[in-house]
Design a protein around this ligand. Structure first.
Ligand code: NI
Length: 189
């Protein structure tokens, strides 16, 4: 188990399409070590999620967890989740604009995300799951799964919304938190 360096935008691994993991390999020491490193690194960086390409591993694995996150205090909780080979299917056309950050990008920006999604994935034991997700939790899943396809928030963001964290805090945070808090109350997650 180790805290790994997080690659920053410009590193080519962040732009590659990650390879699937054979479900039979999930319990191997190699993949268990990858999962442990993702969780340790996410916790160390106070991230809401982390994808394997962000630590230089081109495999389709992500971890997510939100518990009173200081980077995103308006986010509803997400239990610690390991998702191997996650697949997302939008359930309808409802979209929400979310201001997102990323541990691999030194900016925040407004990104359109599906509000209602279905996901399939294997957990850290290799067991298959299906779930429906909603709201900011669905947005976090979409952000992390984008990493597995080499997509970063700057690709999806409204360019005029891009801001450093300091400028976001100074000029955009209050209005965003008010809008997104009302959204979370409406959709329940
Ligand atoms: Ni990210």
């Amino acid at each position: 188990m180790a805290v790994r360096d997080i690659l920053q935008i410009g590193h080519p691994v962040l732009r590659q399409v990650a390879e699937p993991i054979d479900p039979a390999d999930v319990t191997t020491p190699e993949i268990q070590g990858l999962i442990d490193d993702l969780i340790d690194t996410m916790h160390h960086a106070n991230g809401a999620g982390l994808a394997a390409p962000q630590i230089g591993v081109g495999l389709r694995a992500v971890v997510m967890e939100v518990t009173n996150n200081p980077r995103y205090p308006y986010k509803p909780p997400i239990p610690l989740t390991v998702a191997i080979n996650p697949v997302i299917n939008p359930l309808d056309d409802e979209l929400v604009e979310i201001n997102e950050g990323c541990l691999s990008v030194p900016l925040r920006g407004n990104v359109m995300r599906h509000v209602n999604i279905a996901v399939t994935y294997c957990d850290g034991h290799g067991d298959e799951h299906q779930a429906t997700l909603r709201g900011l939790t669905a947005g976090t899943w979409q952000h992390e799964c984008d990493h597995l396809d080499g997509v970063l928030i700057v690709d999806r963001a409204d360019p005029s919304s891009l801001a450093t964290w300091d400028e976001f805090n100074a000029h955009q945070r209050d209005a965003f938190v008010e809008r997104i808090t009302a959204f979370v109350e409406r959709v329940g997650s």
